[in-house]
Design a protein around this ligand. Structure first.
Ligand code: DMJ
Length: 468
């Protein structure tokens, strides 16, 4: 209904969307991990074992930033009384780190409330046994009661996954900073050491690494699922260190160089895309997840070696345009999970099982970075198109739902309101339509779940706190 009002303010609209998502979660699934907005009940994914409250912890900082004070207070009270890590649960180390540790750290830095710091460190300690492998490359799955870890049974020859063990760095550096215990930072620095000892095929990082032998598994390289946030964290580790982490910087720009040479291609229709690499052969497919890379390239443009700043911004802009096309070429104006550049199509999903949209943030995330770094108004227009599509197709009485086929004219809802819709999609929309001094990039970096973490300024270790 507020879309019909001509005098809307887009940031206010994002806030109203957050209210709708939150109120329904509260009404039908309070304390559970996620909401099923059609059947109006809780949803449990096995990623969090029986840790509860994923939506609450993931949403804390969004509530704070949007100044939803009552809601933030009730969320904080739930965390104080109910968030419990003393459970017999096998969890995904990566998911729990980015959503729970990341969410708690941001809530602490924004609000200064001690309970969030305490819970973040407590959870960080529970994750440490995951690193008990011959190389120190952590397991994907960990039982946080017994401390026994293992890998996904489907992962190449018992391997750990690049995007999982490579997406712990930012949070673990902050855990050491806040606890005074160096062990967290040591664990993630060792991951880099192992990676730097290995030969990389064509300078690329395969998605699979065996934690026992320290050897690569299958040579599959992706900037989307299984690889994505590893690259993001190299760049952001450097930015978060106030540009002192030279090792992270070098690893990032070297990787981007290899990605440009071997993975980035242009379609005959002029769309730049990032393909996947399988043992030297390209699969001309780009995932929705890969669309985050537009924002990453633009964010990293400033530090690019050899006067390549303009080139990296341009690359970001081209990826943003391609991803916008992937939305625009559907009937719902929401992007598919993966789209292809082969068999005569460009930026279109051709397989039925790649046509779904699950409220993912990556395209809006890239619009937000591109807007902040260029102020080209088209990024706000594109963000607004996404708002209209979300309101039209994903909003239901009981919250927001994913869609099974974005090329269909009729919605088939998947009945899940993902916790990242509240932590990322709605936060990035709100930031896209807000002033640049809300969480300015000089002082904050976003973890891969959109949880802001302060830059650790070299001149003053504590100055960064509460710098909203
Ligand atoms: C989120 O949990 C994070 O953005 C992660 O990096 C990728 N998958 C989802 C969102 O799509």
């Amino acid at each position: 209904d507020f879309l019909l009002n001509q005098h809307y303010n887009p940031a206010f609209v994002s806030l109203q969307m957050m209210k709708h998502a939150w109120d329904n979660y509260k009404r039908y699934a309070w304390g559970l991990n996620e909401l099923k907005p059609i059947s109006k009940q809780g949803h449990s994914s096995n990623l969090f074992g029986n840790i509860q409250g994923a939506t609450i912890v993931d949403a804390l900082d969004t509530l704070y930033i949007m100044e939803m004070k009552e809601e933030f207070k009730e969320a904080k009270e739930w965390v104080e009384k109910n968030l419990d890590f003393n459970v017999n649960a096998e969890i995904s180390v990566f998911e729990v780190n980015i959503r729970f540790v990341g969410g708690l750290l941001s809530a602490y830095y924004l609000s200064g409330e001690e309970v969030f710091r305490k819970k973040a460190v407590e959870l960080g300690e529970k994750l440490l046994p995951a690193f008990n492998t011959p190389t120190g490359i952590p397991w994907a799955l960990l039982n946080i009661k017994s401390g026994i870890g293992r890998n996904w049974p489907w992962a190449s020859g018992g391997s750990s996954i690049l995007a999982e063990f490579g997406t712990l760095h930012l949070e673990f550096v902050h855990l050491s900073h806040l606890s005074g215990n160096p062990v967290f930072a040591e664990k993630v620095m060792n991951i880099r050491k192992v990676l730097n000892r290995l030969d990389k095929p064509e300078g690329l990082y395969p998605n699979y690494l065996n934690p026992s032998s320290g050897q690569w598994g299958q040579h599959h390289v992706s900037i989307g699922g299984l690889g994505d946030s590893f690259y993001e964290y190299l760049l952001k580790a450097w930015l978060m260190s106030d540009k002192t982490d030279e090792e992270g910087k070098k690893m990032y720009y070297d990787a981007v160089q290899a990605i440009q040479t071997h993975l980035i291609r242009k379609s005959s229709g002029g769309l730049t895309y990032i393909a996947e690499w399988k043992g030297g052969l390209l699969e001309h497919k780009m995932g929705h997840l890969t669309c985050f890379a537009g924002g990453m390239f633009a964010l990293g443009a400033d530090g690019a070696p050899d006067d390549k700043t303009g080139h990296h911004i341009e690359l970001g802009a081209e990826i943003a345009r391609t991803c916008h096309e992937s939305y625009d070429r559907t009937s719902m104006k929401l992007g598919p999970e993966a789209f292809r550049f082969d068999g005569g199509v460009e930026a279109i999903a051709t397989r039925q099982n790649e046509k779904y949209y699950i409220l993912r943030p990556e395209v809006i995330e890239t619009y937000m970075y591109m807007w902040r770094l260029t102020h080209d108004p088209k990024y706000r227009q594109w963000g607004w198109e996404a708002v209209e599509a979300l309101e039209k197709h994903c909003r239901v009485d009981g919250g927001y739902s994913g869609i099974r086929d974005v090329y269909n004219n009729h919605e088939s809802h998947d009945d899940v309101q993902q916790s990242f819709f509240l932590s990322e999609t709605l936060k990035y929309l709100y930031l896209l339509f807000s002033e640049d001094d809300l969480l300015p990039f000089e002082h904050w970096v976003f973890n891969t779940e959109a949880h802001p973490l302060p830059v650790l300024h070299k001149d003053n270790g504590n100055k960064e706190e509460n710098q909203k």
